[in-house]
Design a protein around this ligand. Structure first.
Ligand SMILES: [Zn+2]
Length: 151
């Protein structure tokens, strides 16, 4: 049995992790495993922002790495594979169409939501009204996208 210096409880030796040292034999740590793990949890929670930042950076770096690989593969194929350029353009066109339809779907739902709030309870906005509001939202979205692209 060993007394944990953190919680003060007497616990079995198996409840303590080993501390490894270069100069001497491994010895049991002074804090029990459960105290250590709650310490670790606190450490992560207290440094949440730094922790998230590291994760973001890690993701960003690997993302950039794969994007670069893909660009390289693509340019090689563009040089060597006849018809690949057309295939790529077709893929891009499809992707854009999917993106657009998603954007439209999201904004139609938003338009309906806005309009419902303006109407007396239980009243549904007319399809024409939803259409007008949706195209307004799409326009605003496109403007903000253009602004973003221009920095
Ligand atoms: Zn403890």
């Amino acid at each position: 049995m060993k007394k944990c210096t953190k919680c003060g409880e007497w616990k079995d030796e198996s409840e303590f992790s080993l501390r490894y040292s270069v100069t001497s034999k491994p010895s049991l740590r002074n804090e029990c495993k459960s105290c250590l793990s709650s310490q670790e949890r606190n450490r992560v929670n207290n440094n949440r922002e730094a922790y998230n930042q590291r994760r973001r950076e890690k993701y960003q770096n690997s993302h950039e790495h794969y994007a670069k690989q893909q660009r390289e593969r693509r340019s090689k194929r563009l040089e060597n594979e006849p018809g690949y350029k057309e295939k790529l353009n077709e893929q891009k066109r499809k992707q854009r169409a999917i993106y657009r339809s998603d954007e439209l779907r999201i904004r139609t739902a938003k338009a309906r939501f806005y309009l419902r709030r303006m109407l007396p309870e239980g009243m549904e906005p007319s399809p024409e009204l939803v259409k007008v509001k949706t195209s307004q939202l799409m326009l605003l979205h496109e403007i903000s996208q253009t602004k973003e692209e221009q920095g």
